[in-house]
Design a protein around this ligand. Structure first.
Ligand code: PMP
Length: 286
């Protein structure tokens, strides 16, 4: 089946989907994005993703390219045209196309909008979750506004590549105090010996993951004790359980951090339960 992308107002064959060389996203990483899970052809947590997108745009003073309803339509139409049942939809908005110069372009430059969608094999993800993943730790060398979901992801790319080369699936960034901030594309969690869930507060040190927000709600609903505070790598290595969350990995158990085996080396029961219950807690339009 041929894939289709939405590029600045048009649905075009994926292979021919191009942006201008002077798109500020391409030149300066001057843009933001969202990744939304697609489940049974429907968008998961669209409202929260749109809220976060609007916040990212506002923080960077990029104007909204169209109404929320229109953007929602484009997302759904891209999903439909690509016949995605289970997978993800990607949305990117940049400050637009203008002669290369660092300050914002003068005049009324339209933001550039790209949307793609693709299928993900849900069973494969489930299989990985049954085994759990390994993570490595790397110094957090990112800028101070990682709460904004910008396309400026070079440190994340390098961290993830380092993970891959070490035979791990994710890299956890570690701040100067030895505390875990988050993964290269996930939020980080541990479960301590007393069964308390611990995750870093969503201040400017991490991206406020939508999956994280839903899992916080879910944990409270399930009567689990939750503490939002930074945790160290050492603490994580001694934890009973560890896991990561994201729109594409959902709740993914972590069974190894660097060379340390977590718990008994098998996915933990709390992570498993949160994974099983996740879609019941998310907002999925009918
Ligand atoms: N942190 C970072 C750095 C990410 O890139 C992502 C994925 N977008 C997340 C956390 C998880 O966010 P979400 O649950 O919204 O996918």
């Amino acid at each position: 089946m041929s894939r289709v992308a939405y590029v600045n107002g048009r649905y075009v064959p994926h292979a021919e989907a191009c942006v201008h060389v002077e798109d500020r996203g391409y030149q300066f990483a001057d843009g933001v994005y969202e990744v939304c899970e697609v489940l049974d052809g429907r968008l998961v947590d669209e409202r929260r993703h749109m809220d976060r997108l609007e916040r990212s745009l506002k923080e960077l003073r990029i104007r909204e390219p169209m109404s929320r309803a229109a953007l929602g339509h484009v997302l759904r139409e891209t999903v439909r045209r690509n016949r995605v049942r289970d997978g993800m939809v990607y949305l990117q908005i940049t400050r637009g196309v203008a002669r290369r110069d660092h300050p914002f372009p003068k005049g009324d430059v339209a933001p550039a909008v790209v949307v793609t969608a693709r299928s993900i094999d849900r069973r494969k993800g489930g299989k990985v979750a049954e085994q759990g993943i390994a993570v490595i730790t790397v110094p957090d060398n990112r800028w101070e506004r990682v709460d904004i979901k910008t396309v400026s992801l070079l440190p994340n790319v390098l961290a993830r590549q380092a993970a891959e080369e070490a035979g791990a699936a994710e890299a956890w960034f570690v701040d100067r105090d030895g505390c875990v901030t988050e993964g290269s594309s996930t939020n980080a969690w541990i479960v301590d010996i007393d069964g308390r869930l611990i995750t870093r507060p969503a201040d400017r040190g991490i991206l406020r993951g939508i999956t994280r927000t839903v899992v916080v709600e879910l944990a409270r609903r399930e009567g689990l004790e939750l503490v939002e505070r930074p945790f160290t790598v050492e603490e994580a290595k001694r934890a009973r359980e560890a896991f990561v969350t994201s729109a594409t990995k959902l709740v993914m158990p972590v069974v190894r951090i660097d060379d340390a085996v977590i718990g008994n080396g098998k996915p933990g029961s709390i992570a498993g339960r949160l994974r099983d219950l996740f879609h019941g807690a998310a907002e999925i339009a009918s």
